[in-house]
Design a protein around this ligand. Structure first.
Ligand code: ADP
Length: 555
């Protein structure tokens, strides 16, 4: 829609002028024309210099123009200045009738006061009456002089000319009504826009307050890396990392990997990963250095527009320093305690072994008791070994090309006796050979643990089946039992240290909840994965996936 006239430059200038200057400006066009006619009169129409009426018309125009400046309109009644266009009619009447018939066209000058009155905003009726009556009174005197022999042309002039001016006035009225409607519409839109702006500012403030109240850092970035939103926590993380620019992911930043010492390459920083469209959770990085260094768990989700295009990302930062430190302290404690247990236990086992070497010399009840001591001490040393392994953060694996089929065979062989005792049968469907890139000792340990669990948690007997699947990249081994199983929630936590499922505790099956956490650690050190699927009373399936091939040899 076109912008209304008064919103543009000239309108604004006009409104800034004082009332007198405004009135004078409205009167200026007609004054200029009358002044030109007055100057031309002695040369063009010398006879008119003798017409008193004509000269009175010119004089009155001059007086009216001066009055525009001299009268203090701002102190008078509202729109008192409209007297000027009304008096213009008189001045034009004098001018026109004084100049007739030499200069008949001067009546046309009434168009100026008619326009002024019609556009002035005065009452429509008044402006219409004035626009008709003014020209009518100007045209009447010459016609009266023709009385009684008035011609049809006289009558036409008297009626037609005022009617034309009435039409001009009407047209201006319509145009200004339209203009005012447009202005009102525009003002309404302007108001709505202001309201919307205020509401959106309020919402922005609310969002900022909510974001700052949360104890996680939150940042939203667009594709080019500008921050759309960020809260105080996130800004704090950036301060700790020494990020001094407004553009995330660029420049030098103190963001370290898990070892707390190796700087992450820029494309591995959480924001860079998020900007590349990655979606992740629990990505642990270390921000800053020295005593200020914080462990930060990060998560990201891409921002996608309605038409499915990637528009940016949201990244969330949680300070998990306390959690990571207490975990490390916990691990230290477990590893120290288990280390301290090892020597006395070895000494107990050694001494009991020595005494039991001469078992024939011992009274039978003492020998029986010593065998119990030996069994339990051996159980404890196994437990201590598990504790040490589970607390260790540096488990070494030495993978090489290994036949998993033979490991399965060995594992099932050594578990055969305990399976028979528990009325468990084995079924293996593993192609031989089945090559994987694995540490045979460690993967043997994994299989032993899975098979022994499968037997242990099948107290009523059943079948333990081992199957395999392989493609060019990965080899999977599944150990499936028909035992007691566990709930899906327990199955999701089964690899946590010290976790024991409800079903195992209810059935009072002994265990420390360490074997599977060690198992997972071994598998992950190989770059593989382990999963558990189970249901209460429906048996369990543990699936280990390992790389089929090692990294290509480097020459
Ligand atoms: P432990 O057997 O010494 O308790 P694990 O780490 O080997 O420790 O296992 C952790 C828990 O997972 C067990 O306590 C048991 O509740 C559950 N679990 C493991 N394997 C099975 C299985 N095959 N069937 C049912 N529950 C199992």
């Amino acid at each position: 829609m076109a912008e209304p006239l008064f919103h543009r430059g000239p309108g604004r200038i006009f409104r800034r002028l004082g009332t007198r200057a405004q009135v004078a400006l409205c009167q200026l066009p007609i004054t200029v024309i009358v002044a030109i006619i007055a100057i031309a009169t002695p040369f063009a129409w010398p006879s008119l210099t003798h017409s008193t009426l004509y000269l009175a018309g010119i004089a009155l125009h001059g007086i009216l123009f001066l009055a525009c400046f001299l009268v203090p309109w701002e102190r008078l009644a509202h729109r008192a200045y409209l007297l000027i266009p009304v008096l213009d009619f008189a001045a034009i009447g004098f001018l026109r009738n004084g100049a007739a018939p030499l200069l008949p066209g001067l009546a046309v000058l009434v168009v100026f006061p008619v326009i002024w009155l019609s556009a002035s905003g005065m009452l429509t009726r008044t402006s219409l009456v004035l626009s008709f009556v003014g020209p009518f009174l100007i045209m009447v005197p010459p016609t009266v002089t023709h009385l009684p022999s008035v011609t049809a042309s006289d009558l036409t002039t008297v009626v037609l000319f005022p009617l034309m001016m009435l039409a001009v006035s009407l047209a201006i009225r319509f145009a200004s009504v339209n203009l005012r409607l447009q202005q009102r519409e525009l003002a309404e839109k302007d108001r709505e826009l202001r309201e919307l702006l205020a509401a959106s500012r309020e919402r922005e403030k609310l969002l900022e307050t909510v974001l700052d109240a949360t104890d996680v850092g939150i940042a939203a970035v667009d594709r080019s890396g500008h921050f759309l939103v960020s809260n105080s926590r996130q800004r704090n993380f950036r301060r700790v990392t020494g990020a001094d620019d407004e553009f995330p992911g660029r420049g030098h930043q103190l963001i370290y990997g898990q070892d707390r010492r190796t700087l992450l390459p820029p494309d591995r920083r959480p924001i860079s990963r998020a900007m590349a469209g990655e979606s992740f959770a629990d990505y642990l990085v270390w921000a800053g250095e020295g005593p200020e260094q914080r462990a930060v768990s990060t998560a990201a989700r891409p921002l996608v527009s309605e038409d499915g295009k990637l528009t940016g990302a949201v990244v969330v930062y949680s300070d998990v320093t306390g959690w990571v430190e207490s975990l490390a302290a916990n691990q230290d404690l477990v590893s120290n305690v288990s280390h301290e247990f090892k020597n006395p236990l070895n000494s107990i086992i050694g001494n009991v072994d020595l005494v039991l070497d001469d078992v024939a010399d011992l009274p039978p009840h003492a020998a029986k008791r010593l065998l119990v001591v030996q069994r339990n001490a051996e159980r404890m040393i196994d437990l201590v070994a598990d504790l040490t392994a589970s607390a260790s953060t540096t488990m070494n694996v030495h993978p090489k090309r290994t036949d998993l089929a033979s490991l399965v065979e060995t594992s099932l062989g050594s578990a055969q006796a305990s399976a028979q005792r528990s009325h468990v049968e084995f079924a293996a469907d593993v192609p031989s050979p089945l090559w994987a890139y694995a540490d045979p000792l460690r993967i043997g340990q994994v299989l032993d643990n899975l098979v022994s669990n499968a037997i242990k948690y099948s107290p009523d007997g059943g079948t333990v089946s081992i199957s395999a699947e392989a493609d060019a990249q990965w080899v999977s081994l599944s150990v499936k039992d028909t035992g007691m199983g566990m709930s899906a929630e327990d199955a999701a936590r089964v690899f946590n240290r010290f976790f024991r499922a409800e079903s195992a505790r209810q059935a009072a099956i002994p265990g420390a909840g360490l074997g599977l956490s060690i198992t997972r650690m071994i598998v992950e050190r190989h770059g593989g994965t382990i999963t558990c699927q189970s249901g209460e009373g429906q048996g369990s399936t543990f699936t280990v996936t390992l790389p089929a091939e090692g990294p290509p040899p480097s020459f």
